[in-house]
Design a protein around this ligand. Structure first.
Ligand SMILES: C[S@@+](CC[C@H](N)C(=O)[O-])C[C@H]1O[C@@H](n2cnc3c(N)ncnc32)[C@H](O)[C@@H]1O
Length: 310
């Protein structure tokens, strides 16, 4: 596989930066998508389970807020399981599943087409981190953006506002968003959620190097790297890094770099919010919070927000 020129340029710039970084969107080749599914099964990884418990308890209210026959747009749909859990309550007219991991997305949506023949389904392979433009055949009325799993936490607050604004620009005044937010909590819970005992999160993080080897012709040796996942209290985010176990050299199409032992590549941020702070970001982006649902421990929130008229 060869990456398009802009992908190569983006990854090269990150790898060459004094503090090297790679966007978390490159975790997701087909194996990365399956490893993420495995993470969701881990006892330490509370977000998926907690979010599902909120949907199990309040799903009827969530879907009533939007009403039937909307166009449900699932950003970073992954295995599409969370949207599929809403179908029997929401009765959307259309389902548009968007993901950068295109083979995995196609394989995930196929059984849903059989199971829910009354819903018009489209799978779009797209990177929405810089641009979000839906094809003309997706009606602009009654669009409901669904962004679960606290994936918005992968963006800095300023970038999150940029993405939320792109969603607002892609819906009419009757549009809305249903979004999952991971809430600030005890750092020990966060540390173990992102550095589990079995090392599944480590495998997910390290798999990024294998993906880069294919994508940009790099020569990363996975065994020379170590996973790190921890809460950074000052920044209010979990960070994942890959740390060089020894001094090493890496080369890729058109570039190379040396890493000293202990030097690392920053691979993910996962910002943790309070509801008022996130509501502020929604409002800056042209959405007004209508309802917030949380779990009894207040570990996770699902927010329904309506498009504000400009
Ligand atoms: C953390 S997983 C969440 C999957 C699922 N929505 C859930 O909540 O369990 C993030 C998903 O978003 C996709 N993704 C990440 N960055 C993306 C981007 N920039 N554009 C499109 N999809 C992206 C990944 O491939 C992955 O399926």
């Amino acid at each position: 596989m060869t990456a398009p020129a802009d992908t190569l340029a983006e990854i090269s710039a990150g790898l060459r930066a004094p503090r090297a970084w790679v966007s978390p969107k490159y975790f997701y080749d087909s194996l990365g998508s399956r490893l993420f599914e495995a993470i969701c099964e881990l006892p330490e990884y509370y977000p998926t389970r907690t979010e599902a418990s909120i949907v199990a308890r309040h799903g009827a209210e969530m879907t009533k807020a939007m009403g039937p026959d909307c166009t449900l747009i699932d950003l970073g749909a992954g295995n599409c399981a969370k949207a599929a859990a809403l179908f029997p309550l929401l009765h959307p007219a259309r389902y548009v599943a968007i993901d950068i991991s295109s083979d995995f997305l196609q394989a995930s949506i196929a059984p849903l087409r059989q199971k829910f023949p009354g819903i018009d389904m489209t799978a779009l392979a797209m990177d929405f981190s810089e641009q979000l433009v839906l094809p003309e055949q997706v009606p602009s009325a009654r669009r409901l953006f669904f962004y679960p799993g606290s994936s918005i936490g992968n963006f800095t607050p300023a970038q999150a506002v940029g993405l939320l604004r792109r969603m607002r620009a892609q819906c009419d005044d009757d549009g809305a968003i249903l979004i999952g937010i991971d809430l600030a909590k005890d750092s020990a819970v966060l540390d173990s959620a992102y550095d589990d005992e079995l090392g599944v999160t480590a495998a997910f993080n390290l798999n990024l190097l294998r993906h880069l080897n294919r994508l940009i012709g790099a020569n990363f040796n996975v065994r020379q790297w170590r996973h790190q996942g921890f809460y950074n209290a000052q920044e209010g985010r979990v960070e994942m890094h890959l740390e060089a176990r020894e001094a090493l050299q890496v080369a890729w199409q058109g570039g190379e770099r040396s890493f000293a032992a202990g030097e690392s590549i920053h691979t993910e941020n996962s910002y943790k919010y309070t509801v008022p702070v996130f509501a502020g970001l929604l409002e800056q982006s042209g959405f007004s919070v209508a309802t917030v649902w949380t779990d009894p421990r207040q570990w996770f929130a699902i927010i329904y927000a309506r498009a504000l008229r400009p």
